[in-house]
Design a protein around this ligand. Sequence first.
Ligand code: ZN
Length: 209
Amino acid sequence: MLFLDELAEFAPAVLDALRQPLEEGRIRLARAHGAVSFPARFLLVAASNPCPCGNAGTPQPCRCSEAARRRYRRRLSAPLLDRFDLRLGVQRPDVDRLTGQVVEEGSEAVADRVTVAREVARRRGVGANRDLAGSLLDRHAALDRSGRALLGDALRQHRLTARGVDRVRRVARTLADLAGEAGSVLSDEHLSVALYLRAEPEALLGADS
Ligand SMILES: [Zn+2]
């Protein structure tokens, strides 16, 4: 797993260099004396503030200049964010959470569910659902009429890119696996949650103007 904290603080060249290994699962290095390719199949997790001071979109006033905010957002380009299967805006934790008044499900219970879902994916012949492609995707993450309409609407409204369609299907498959649903056709509920978990870059970072 590769965790990049403060994603927007990385140099644009570094972020660009992530795209190819993310797509291919291998990293290619070309030098004067030859080219080599190494395995680079990793889970990328990244976090970023919405602006350099971190206050944009919160009740606190943002102290950044317009130029600083724009520069920050340009680094989190749409093509880069499109390669993340899950994109979520998170708020500051409230007082009840910080003081332990809210009881969350324990990590162990979640880990058990994940282990079961991984096992289901392995029985499909892949390490994880992210590797489902082509006929395997059609077999295990099939769309009925209503599912096709749901994704079609998201595409037409530009809430989803062409690259995102298969990614949403894989996430919906994983949600179904976590819920213990074995049917091969994705439900509207799981597709809707997968779309929700793929927040548009504009929704996360605010409009550019
Ligand atoms: Zn700010």
